[in-house]
Write a protein that binds this ligand. Structure first.
Ligand code: ADP
Length: 185
């Protein structure tokens, strides 16, 4: 199955994606992880992306879409994936539709994780990744609201919304129940 995870930074997409990917037998593809890997390996793409990661801005679509297109073309993603962090804008969503359509594929569900801003900001500040300083964290929340939240309407027909506060296992159970109900798991 092909699933996209959406939610504000700190909602726990990565945590849930890791568990769900095992349960659903599809790869977890995180654009944040792909970018950080490029930065660590000091690739040209990593050098382009670094300043956006540092400030919490979105990496330009030309860079991001190319990277995702390449990742989705790998054999392990052919029969399904859990996409975490992409699409993050409506143009990226359109690109994803086009990429999938080339092989006759479509998304099965968009899983939205919700949590109050105070909760997600606290989680990120205690995580302590280099881009988790208070200013950058707050900026990423604003970017989410203005650029990514409009995707919820775009995907209204296949949206599964799950409150993401409480024990990790409870959230996983709610997500699996919602995906099953939507016919996606
Ligand atoms: P978080 O969900 O905590 O913001 P991520 O690991 O998903 O963390 O993303 C970290 C950074 O990577 C973002 O702030 C952004 O700079 C970049 N990024 C990740 N996904 C995308 C995307 N789809 N488009 C543009 N930039 C992205």
């Amino acid at each position: 199955m092909r699933i996209v995870l959406i939610g504000p930074p700190g909602a726990g997409k990565g945590t849930q994606a890791a568990v769900l990917s095992e349960r659903l037998h599809v790869p977890h593809i995180s654009t944040g992880d792909l970018f950080r890997d490029h930065v660590t390996r000091r690739t040209p793409l990593g050098r382009d992306a670094q300043r956006y990661l540092d400030t919490g801005e979105l990496v330009p679509d030309t860079v991001t879409v190319g990277m995702v297109r390449e990742r989705l073309a790998r054999p392990d993603a052919r029969h399904g994936f859990l996409l975490d962090g992409f699409p993050r804008t409506v143009p990226q969503a359109r690109e994803l539709t086009t990429v999938l359509a080339a092989t006759g594929a479509t998304l099965d569900a968009v899983l939205e994780l919700t949590a109050p801003e105070d909760v997600v900001v606290q989680r990120l500040l205690s995580r302590g990744r280099p881009d988790d300083t208070e200013d950058v964290v707050r900026h990423r929340q604003r970017v989410y609201e203005s650029r990514t939240a409009p995707l919820l309407a775009h995907y209204a027909g296949i949206l599964v919304t799950v409150p993401a506060v409480g024990p990790v296992e409870d959230i996983t159970a709610r997500a699996l129940a919602g995906l099953t109900e939507a016919g996606a798991a």
